[in-house]
Design a protein around this ligand. Structure first.
Ligand SMILES: NC(=O)c1ccc[n+]([C@@H]2O[C@H](COP(=O)([O-])OP(=O)(O)OC[C@H]3O[C@@H](n4cnc5c(N)ncnc54)[C@H](OP(=O)(O)O)[C@@H]3O)[C@@H](O)[C@H]2O)c1
Length: 272
């Protein structure tokens, strides 16, 4: 018997979302997927349906659209109760050369997609789970939520907000039978850009990241930080006095800046 018969994933077509879809398709009966781009989503649903004998519904929608998200989640739950909801949709990217913070427009977009998108999903999925007294939630944050990230400050702030949201919610949710796993990935592998690999220390494949998340959810863990080496480094930095931490961080980060290739502004990935 599978632990999560019906799994819902937002941002299902991205690098992590696709890997999560593949992993979970092996062990569930129904997948409800959403992302922005309809064609990519339809291709993904067709591929999963070809490879696995499960029901897949794919709905193109924007997680910033509270009403659309609410309707999608309620109708998915009516088809079959949602056992696991993975809040993975998000946008990233780094600040351009010479900039210290994301532009006002980009900052608003980051807050809307990364934070409000998760809030809308939670508000829609929780009432049914609470009524049943069971269900599991996964919120995809980032290692940047632990100590910040100077090349994507607003992105890191949205991920830190998710982290604190999870820490605040977990005790009362678990008292009502609902599990919650906070997932904090480090850098995921990124394709070569202009003949160079961007500097992404200890990066790991989306498949390895998906495995870590699925394992943590299956074991009902409160949180998972990975990859281990990067997570240990970040957590050690977090324990240090701020001036020392900042000095080490500046050193590591400036070493990386010399090796990295600037990312196009607004590119979807790039921040951990
Ligand atoms: N990549 C990393 O190094 C890294 C590290 C740590 C944490 N993370 C987090 O992991 C998650 C997935 O990242 P990723 O690298 O897989 O990103 P990605 O490849 O850019 O995929 C993002 C996914 O989210 C969807 N999406 C974006 N905005 C949306 C919106 N407003 N409404 C609905 N769907 C939306 C995209 O759909 P479309 O393709 O249709 O636009 C896509 O399916 C994100 O939350 C990210 O912050 C990533």
């Amino acid at each position: 018997m599978t632990a999560f018969p019906h799994v819902l994933i937002t941002g299902a077509t991205g690098q992590l979302g696709s890997a999560l879809t593949d992993r979970l398709a092996e062990r569930c009966h129904r997948l409800s997927l959403c992302a922005l781009e309809e064609d990519k989503l339809a291709d993904q649903a067709a591929r999963v349906t070809r490879q696995h004998d499960i029901a897949v519904t794919a709905t193109a929608l924007d997680v910033r659209d509270e009403a659309a998200l609410n309707e999608w989640i309620r109708s998915s739950d009516a088809e079959m109760p949602i056992d696991l909801a993975i809040m993975n949709a998000g946008i990233g990217g780094q600040v351009g050369p010479g900039a210290m913070i994301e532009s006002p427009d980009r900052s608003a977009a980051l807050v809307d997609a990364n934070l409000n998108g998760v809030l809308h999903t939670l508000h829609a999925v929780l009432p049914q789970m609470l009524a049943r007294g069971r269900g599991h939630l996964v919120v995809v944050s980032s290692l940047s939520a632990v100590i910040g990230y100077d090349r994507a400050p607003v992105y890191a702030a949205t991920k830190a907000a998710l982290r604190v949201l999870c820490l605040s919610l977990r005790p009362s949710l678990s008292a009502r039978g609902i599990g919650l796993t906070l997932a904090c990935p480090g850098f995921l592998d990124s394709p070569m850009q202009d003949g160079h690999h961007p500097w992404r220390p200890f990066s790991l494949s989306p498949q390895a990241a998906a495995d870590a998340i699925v394992t943590a959810a299956g074991k009902r863990r409160a949180q998972t930080h990975f990859p281990l080496t990067m997570a240990a480094l970040v957590r050690t930095l977090a324990l240090m006095p701020l001036p020392l931490r900042e000095a080490i961080y500046r050193r590591l980060s400036s070493g990386g800046a010399n090796r990295s290739t600037p990312k196009p502004k607004g590119a979807p990935t790039g921040a951990p």
